[in-house]
Design a binder for this molecule. Structure first.
Ligand SMILES: Nc1ncnc2c1ncn2[C@@H]1O[C@H](COP(=O)(O)OP(=O)(O)OP(=O)(O)O)[C@@H](O)[C@H]1O
Length: 468
């Protein structure tokens, strides 16, 4: 995405010269000859940078006064001042007010381009830093080697550069936001902003303010202009998280923005033009929401140009060991302690668990284990150290304690109890896949099948019987 630069100078030939130099380097430019035009252009859409002449003949406000308004209305917008003879002192004063730097007339194009590049980069770094502060711990790595995850990554790689709208569906905590980040990172907009708005956590009135921003005075007599998420995301990606939670009326407004890439801020009628890739995500069944009259069909078709599904963790149990090690390494690093290993029994229990809270829940369990698991840091974490609801999945006879009940049985019956519990745990861990379980435990597939049937673990063809 080309950066959009606004050139404010009263002299038409300087504006032409500047826009020529900048456009040759691939920037997009807009021009303004006086304060009225300049402010109108900025209000219509926030540029990436303003190049602002200090002395503007025939203008109501001079460069310094315009700068003050920009600082107030758009504090993140970088401004590069142009100073002529005798205005250097003013230019220095401008830096104190918050201009990025100044360049003196007559200027060399190399120096101009260098300053422009630096000013935009500095603003981007500041924005990234702010974003990072807000969302520290955000991931762009989609960990997992299961075939479902490989397909997901392939789908993302394929659709990312096309710029199509994408609807990501999947249950809570499954990694929808990580998928959206990856989509942005692999797109042509990767240098542009990535903005996420959670539609579920906001009151309906607040949602529109967040989406579209406000004009000065809209939220009280002295309220400043607020830039909404659509405008913040110009040149980048906007994620509408939990899009099904948006009120119908707001949905209608979004349809319009998607159609025309134009909207008005709350409390005004300035038309704001934006170029934003919208990625929506939801954990609901949107076609069912449409039938229930809670989601607009036209919005669904506009958002869902390419649908992507992130499956629940229980459908990709193969990813659990890798995810566990990944979260363990990261948590240990950020806590400044050494990572703990997990014993085979603990890993089997993690793989057999249902994970209603998906990857987010796994991450929390790993964080908890790092702090709470007893024993020396070098000792592996065992199944009985896991939170009760997870650890109980592993049959008691397999835990490192002397099973009481089993000791009261003759060998033949004890062996049967053991086999049954062991096999049930292994088959669950491999998601009911008999071939893979057989390969892991070192049995022929058909022999395992017979065994499971004779132990009453298999119910019918492939269905698993619940442990008695
Ligand atoms: N494949 C993955 N690799 C690495 N981290 C992951 C993966 N999937 C999810 N996570 C991590 O799990 C947590 C939850 O993921 P994320 O926020 O993307 O889920 P979500 O589907 O958007 O959830 P919600 O619907 O609740 O917003 C995050 O901390 C994320 O970093």
């Amino acid at each position: 995405m080309a950066h959009d630069i606004l050139i404010v100078d009263d002299e038409a030939d300087i504006r032409m010269l500047l826009s020529g130099i900048l456009e040759d380097e691939g920037y997009q430019t807009r021009e303004a000859a006086d304060s009225k035009e300049a402010l109108a252009r900025i209000r219509a859409r926030q540029p990436s940078l303003v190049i602002l002449d200090i002395w503007l003949q025939g203008s109501e406000l001079d460069g310094i006064e315009i700068l003050k308004i920009i600082r107030r209305e758009a504090p993140q917008l970088p401004v590069l001042m142009i100073s002529g003879h005798g205005t250097i002192e003013t230019a220095v004063a401008a830096i104190k007010i918050g201009a990025y730097d100044f360049i003196e007339k007559p200027f060399k194009s190399d120096r101009l381009l260098l300053l422009v590049e630096r000013a935009i980069e500095a603003a981007r770094l500041k924005r990234d830093y702010e974003e990072l502060k807000l969302r520290s711990g955000a991931d762009v790595e989609l960990v997992g080697g299961s075939s479902v995850m490989n397909h997901l990554r392939q789908a993302i790689d394929k659709v990312a550069p096309t710029g199509s709208r994408v609807l990501i569906s999947g249950p809570a905590g499954s990694g929808k936001e990580v998928a959206a980040r990856l989509l942005h990172a692999r797109s042509r907009r990767s240098k542009g902003p990535f903005v996420v708005l959670n539609c579920a956590t906001m009151r309906p009135e607040r949602l529109e303010i967040e989406l579209f921003g406000t004009e000065p005075g809209a939220e009280g007599p002295d309220s400043p202009r607020k830039i909404g998420t659509f405008e913040q995301a110009h040149g980048g990606t906007l994620v509408l998280d939990e899009v099904a939670d948006m009120p119908l009326e707001t949905q209608g407004k979004i349809v319009r923005v998607l159609q025309d890439q134009v909207f008005e801020r709350v409390g005004g009628n300035n038309r704001v033009e934006v170029d934003v890739r919208v990625v929506a995500s939801s954990n609901r069944d949107l076609p069912a929401e449409i039938l229930a009259g809670r989601f607009r069909e036209d919005l669904f078709y506009r958002l869902s140009v390419v649908p992507i599904k992130v499956p629940p963790l229980r459908e990709r149990r193969d990813d659990i060991p890798q995810l566990t090690r990944y979260f363990m390494a990261r948590s240990a690093q950020s806590a400044g302690v050494s990572a703990r290993e997990l014993g085979e029994d603990a890993m089997a229990a993690l793989q057999a668990y249902e994970w209603p809270g998906n990857v987010r829940q796994l991450k929390n369990v790993v964080d908890w284990l790092l702090i709470m698991a007893p024993g020396e840091p070098k000792d592996p974490i065992r199944a009985d150290m896991l939170p009760a609801e997870i650890g109980s999945i592993v049959p008691t006879v397999l835990k490192w304690e002397k099973g009481g009940e089993i000791m009261s049985l003759p060998l033949r019956d004890a062996r049967e109890v053991f086999e049954r519990e062991y096999l049930l745990a292994q088959v669950t861990r491999f998601g009911g896949n008999i071939s893979r379980t057989a390969a892991f435990i070192g049995m022929e597939r058909s022999a395992l099948h017979r065994k499971l049937k004779s132990l009453g673990v298999l119910n019918g063809d492939r269905g698993l019987k619940v442990a008695p």
